[in-house]
Design a protein around this ligand. Structure first.
Ligand code: C2E
Ligand code: CA
Ligand code: CA
Length: 590
C-alpha cells in the first residue's frame, strides 16, 4: 500500500534532467513549473481523503498544496498549515515534529495514529506520509494524508465501556476482570504478589426460583455492596457470572495466608442475613482461590484455576486453594473419558491373561483377565489410569460387561482348541461401582450362556470397597453369583478395611493377598507376619488364598511352604494375550 502510494505519486522528476526537458533557468521553465503545479493540484483533488504536499524548507515542514478535503478538516488545516503561506507550523508540535522527522529520513512511507487535543472534542487521525521523488532542486517533499477516525474511536470507546461493565451491579464484568488480571500478571512478573478469588453464592438459584428474578437481582446488588465493603482499596471485585464474583486480591507478606484470611472475612460478612423486602435471607458463599505464580499460564488460566478450586469448595464447604496441575489432570481425565468411550464402542480394548499357579503342583489353575488399552496415538494406557476414569463416569458398566464376555469367550476358545474342557478358570475383576450400578447377576448369566461355559469356571474378583459401600446390595449380589456357582475372590486383601464380620457372613471363597505384602515379605518381618496372618485367617474360615506379585522363585517357594494355595506374578508369567495364554496352559498342564 505504501509502495503503491509512492509509485502512483508521479510528482516531481528525476534528479537528472530527462531528454527534452527544459534546462534549469531557461525561459520555458516557468511554464513547465506551472504545468507541474496544476498537475499536482489535479492529482491532490482526485484523492478521496484529505491530502497535502509538504516540503521541507530549512527543517521546517511547509504545506505547498492541498486539496479541498484537507482544507475542510475543520480547524485543523488552517491552524496547522497556515494556507500556502510558508510559515512554520506553530501549533500541534507533535505532528509537526513527526513530519519533520519523516522528511529528514529516507523512509519511503510511514503511517501512524495521531491524537489532536485531549479529552472531549479531541480528534483522532490516521496520518500517512509517502515520500515524493526529489525534484531537481533537491527539496525533500512528501504527500501527507489525514483520515479522521474520531467518530469511529468514540463509538468504540462507548461500546467498550458498555462491554466492560455489568449493568446490574455496575461492577467490572468478566471481560474487564480478565483484563485487570492480565495487567496485574504483567506487573507481577511471576512474583506471586496477588491472588484471584472466585466466589459463588451457594443457594442463589433457589432464591431466584422461589422469590423471582427481581428479588434475585436485588440480592446480587446487596451482596456485591457487602463484598466491596469488606475489601481493601486497590482490590478489585468483578461480577464474572450470574451469581459468581471474582476478586483480584493483592497479597501482603503473608502470601496465601492473606488470601485465606480475606476469604474467611468475606464468608463472615455473608453470615449476617440479607434483608430482602420483608424477608431475611441467609446466603452462603463458596470461595476458591488461586495464586499468581510463575507456573500459571495467562490470566484466563489463573481465573480458571480459581474456579476449579471453587468447584471443590462447593463440595467441601471449605475455602479451597488451587493445587498445581489440578486442571491439567482433570483435562486429561476428561479427554481420556471421551477416548475410552470411543475405544469401548470400537472394541479397541483387549484382555490379557495372567496365570494363577497351583503352588503345590505347578499347574495352571486359572487366568486373571486384565484389561489392556493400546491407544492408537498415546500408546498403552495402564488400567491403573483408565479404570478409575471409567468408574467415575459410569463407563465401568459397559467395560465390565465387555470384560466378562471377552474372558468367557476366550475360555470357550481354549476349550475348543484343546478339543475338551480344559477345566481352567477365568477370573474377572468386578469394580465396586459396577456392583452397585449394574445388574451383575444378569450380566454374568448372559455372558455364561453366550459362551456356553458353566458358572463354576468363573471367578469374580471384588475389592473390599465393593462390600463396605453398600453391604446389603453387595450381599444380595454375592449370593446371586453363588447361585450361578461362580467363585468369589476378595482382591487386594489387606489394603482395605475388611471387617471380620463381613468375611464370615459373606460367601467369599478366596482371599488374594495384596502384592505389597508379598513383595516385602522377604525383607520385612511385618509383611511376612501379615501374610502369615491372612493365610491362617483364610484357613480358619475355610477359604483359599492367592498370593499376588510373586517375582522370584524364593517367594514362590516360601509361600508354598506357608500353605498358600495359588501364586500369581511375573515369576510365573506376565499377563499374556489369549493365544499365548493358551500356549502357556498347554505347556504346563498337558
Ligand atoms: P489387580 O486386580 O490387583 O491386578 C493385578 C495387577 O498386578 C495387574 O496389573 C498385573 O499386571 C500386576 N502384576 C501381576 N503380577 C505382578 C508382578 O509379579 N509384579 C508386579 N509388579 N505386578 C504384577 P494391571 O494389569 O496393571 O491391573 C491393574 C489393576 O487394574 C488391577 O489390579 C485391577 O484392579 C484393575 N483392572 C484391570 N483390568 C480390569 C477390569 O477388566 N475390570 C476392572 N474392574 N478392573 C480391572
Ligand atoms: Ca484382580
Ligand atoms: Ca489385586
Amino acid at each position: 500500500m505504501q509502495r503503491a502510494l509512492k509509485r502512483r505519486n508521479g510528482e516531481g522528476g528525476d534528479s537528472t534532467t530527462p531528454p527534452g526537458f527544459p534546462v534549469p533557468g531557461s525561459p520555458a521553465l516557468d511554464a513547465v513549473a506551472s504545468m507541474i503545479m496544476s498537475a499536482r493540484q489535479d492529482y491532490l483533488n482526485a484523492l478521496p481523503i484529505a491530502a497535502a504536499i509538504v516540503v521541507d524548507m530549512n527543517r521546517v515542514p511547509v504545506v505547498v498544496a492541498r486539496n479541498a478535503q484537507f482544507e475542510m478538516l475543520d480547524g485543523v488545516s488552517m491552524s496547522l498549515f497556515e494556507g500556502s503561506d510558508p510559515r512554520p507550523l506553530v501549533e500541534r508540535e507533535s505532528l509537526r515534529s513527526d513530519i519533520r522527522a519523516f522528511l529528514a529520513t529516507d523512509e519511503p512511507a510511514t503511517q501512524f495514529d495521531w491524537h489532536d487535543g485531549g479529552g472531549v472534542g479531541g480528534r483522532h487521525f490516521i496520518v500517512r506520509m509517502a515520500r515524493l521523488t526529489t525534484s531537481a532542486d533537491q527539496e525533500r517533499r512528501c504527500i501527507l494524508s489525514l483520515v479522521d477516525r474520531t467518530a469511529e474511536i468514540e463509538n468504540e470507546r462507548s461500546l467498550r465501556a458498555e462491554m466492560l461493565h455489568d449493568s446490574l451491579t455496575g461492577l467490572p464484568n468478566r471481560v474487564a476482570f480478565n483484563e485487570a488480571v492480565e495487567q496485574a500478571m504483567e506487573a507481577d512478573v511471576g512474583q506471586g504478589r496477588f491472588a484471584v478469588l472466585a466466589i459463588d453464592l451457594t443457594r442463589f438459584s433457589r432464591i431466584n426460583e422461589s422469590m423471582g428474578s427481581i428479588a434475585g437481582d436485588e440480592l446480587i446488588i446487596t451482596v456485591a455492596r457487602r463484598i466491596v465493603k469488606a475489601l481493601r482499596a486497590g482490590d478489585m471485585l468483578a461480577r464474572t457470572g450470574g451469581d459468581e464474583f471474582g476478586i483480584l486480591f493483592r497479597l501482603g507478606d503473608g502470601g496465601v495466608k492473606d488470601a485465606l484470611t480475606a476469604a474467611r472475612r468475606l464468608q463472615a460478612t455473608m453470615a449476617t442475613p440479607f434483608r430482602l423486602t420483608d424477608l431475611e435471607i441467609q446466603v452462603d458463599c463458596a470461595i476458591g482461590c488461586a495464586l499468581a505464580t510463575d507456573l500459571v499460564g495467562d490470566a484466563e488460566d489463573l481465573i480458571r484455576n480459581a474456579q476449579f478450586a471453587l468447584k471443590r469448595a462447593k463440595q467441601s464447604g471449605d475455602i479451597e486453594i488451587y493445587r498445581q496441575g489440578e486442571v491439567s489432570a482433570a483435562r486429561r481425565r476428561l479427554s481420556l473419558e471421551t477416548e475410552l468411550r470411543r475405544a469401548i464402542e470400537n472394541a479397541e480394548l483387549e484382555l490379557a491373561f495372567q496365570p494363577l499357579i497351583d503352588l503345590s503342583t505347578g499347574r495352571v489353575s486359572s487366568f486373571e483377565a486384565l484389561a489392556r488399552w493400546d491407544h492408537p496415538e498415546r500408546g498403552p494406557i495402564s488400567p491403573i489410569e483408565f479404570i478409575p476414569v471409567a468408574e467415575e463416569c459410569g463407563l465401568i458398566v459397559p467395560l465390565g460387561r465387555w470384560a466378562l464376555d471377552a474372558a468367557i469367550a476366550s475360555l470357550a476358545e481354549w476349550d475348543r482348541r484343546a478339543g475338551y474342557n480344559t477345566g481352567t478358570h477365568v477370573s474377572v475383576n468386578v469394580s465396586a461401582i459396577q456392583l452397585v450400578r449394574d445388574d451383575v447377576i444378569g450380566a454374568v448369566t448372559s455372558a455364561l450362556e453366550r459362551g456356553g461355559i458353566a458358572g463354576d469356571r468363573l471367578t469374580l474378583e471384588l475389592t473390599e470397597s465393593a462390600i463396605i459401600g453398600d453391604p446389603e446390595r453387595a450381599t444380595r449380589a454375592l449370593l446371586g453369583l453363588k447361585d450361578l456357582k461362580a467363585t468369589i475372590a476378595m482382591d487386594d486383601f489387606g489394603t482395605g478395611y475388611s471387617s471380620l464380620a463381613y468375611l464370615q457372613k459373606l460367601p467369599i471363597d478366596c482371599l488374594k493377598i495384596d502384592r505389597s505384602f508379598v513383595t516385602d515379605m522377604i525383607t520385612d518381618p511385618d509383611s511376612e507376619a501379615i501374610v502369615r496372618a491372612v493365610l491362617s485367617l483364610a484357613k480358619a474360615l475355610g477359604m483359599c488364598t492367592t498370593a499376588e506379585g510373586i517375582e522370584t522363585p524364593e517367594l514362590a517357594q516360601r509361600l508354598a511352604t506357608l500353605g498358600c494355595t495359588w501364586g500369581q506374578g511375573y515369576y510365573f508369567a506376565r499377563p499374556l494375550r489369549s493365544n499365548a495364554a493358551y500356549a502357556y496352559w498347554r505347556e504346563r498342564n498337558t
